[in-house]
Design a protein. Structure first.
Length: 343
């Protein structure tokens, strides 16, 4: 089978491309930047998903499209979220239909449920995004669904919870640095909200299971070994042998302050982070478990692995500062640096 992975140089797209390649599949990645560590057997196409002609050319001879290209919250892309995550997704789906591919797999987001107030979230829970990224991801998902369903193209959609594992940087790098230095770790609210992560390898297992079964549908993916955000952070602090403490902050004041800092470009946190991380959001994964999927990593195991990787690679992180994937490079603290100094 011949596979096209859009966003194949990013954190998740890269994992998908490599997993397929390891299985002996023919793999082509489409992205706006080239991962220098990409196996030479994986073909690279330098193309933006908003470039219809380029996408159409890359689709020729493809059997399965894996659509992962998207701007994520850390980019704070504003109106470009719609341009890329909605209109770009429209182009990919339309060209996949024209190329008569056999199947379409779309990686969506749990940001669709940022405004949901009750968990567990099931396959029947209506999406309710509350910020621009989540709204664009929902619109993109609906556009792709409509195009594929109208054409009779089988589509599988996966909505992962926050991905956490080896090599994952982004805002987790800030957390790990603070814990390493014994700084206090702040949470919005009391931190007693149930929180759920997903390990990239567990996500890949669910992804490949859905692919192999050829079972169209929407799958919410998260670990079944979750706890509260406070419990997860306190476990990591104890594991690291740190003097850090988890400090809760007033919800209203924290959100107002972070929104103000965000408006003026003084904080790395995006609306998706400060409007959702204090909420109880977790998926019911029974549908996947019944298909034979079994996650291997709990929240605590993911945090330990990620922290260990951070510790082992601290000296190398400066070399990836200019990487195009925001989840594979460190994030600047900006004004949070001041809070770090007094913690």
């Amino acid at each position: 089978m011949k596979h096209l992975v859009t966003g194949g140089s990013g954190y998740l797209g890269n994992l998908i491309a490599r997993r397929l390649y390891e299985r002996g599949e023919s793999v082509k990645v489409l992205d706006i930047w080239e991962d220098p560590t990409r196996p030479k057997g994986i073909e690279f196409v330098n193309c933006d998903i908003c470039d219809r002609a380029g996408v159409a050319a890359a689709m020729k001879g493809i059997d399965i499209v894996h659509h992962n290209a998207a701007l994520n919250p850390l980019t704070k892309a504003g109106k470009k979220f719609w341009q890329v995550n909605v209109e770009g997704s429209r182009i990919v789906a339309q060209e996949a239909v024209k190329a008569e591919v056999k199947s379409f797999i779309h990686t969506s987001s749990s940001a669709l449920f940022g405004g949901v107030t009750t968990s567990p979230i099931t396959q029947d829970t209506p999406p309710k995004p509350i910020e621009i990224y989540g709204k664009a991801k929902l619109a993109g998902e609906l556009v792709v669904d409509e195009i594929c369903e109208k054409a009779g193209l089988p589509i599988i959609t996966l909505r992962p919870r926050a991905i956490l594992g080896e090599g994952r940087l982004g805002i987790f790098q800030i957390l790990f640095e603070w814990i390493e230095e014994g700084r206090n770790v702040y949470v919005i609210g009391d931190g007693n909200n149930v929180f759920q992560f997903i390990h990239p390898l567990d996500l890949m297992d669910a992804y490949m299971l859905a692919l192999d079964l050829g079972k169209p549908g929407t799958y919410n993916v998260g670990t079944d070994g979750y706890n509260t955000l406070r419990q997860a952070l306190e476990h990591l602090i104890a594991y690291a042998g740190s003097k850090s403490k988890v400090i809760g902050l007033p919800v209203g004041l924290s959100i107002a302050t972070l929104r103000f800092l965000d408006w003026f470009g003084l904080s790395p946190l995006a609306p998706f982070h400060y409007l959702t991380y204090h909420k109880e959001i977790y998926f019911d994964v029974d549908p996947l478990l019944k298909l034979g999927w079994k996650p291997k990593y709990s929240n605590n195991e993911m945090l330990r692995e990620s922290y260990d990787w951070f510790q082992a690679n601290k000296q190398k992180l400066a070399n990836v500062e200019n990487a195009n994937s925001v989840h594979r490079r460190p994030v600047k603290e900006k004004l949070l640096w001041i809070l770090r100094q007094i913690s």
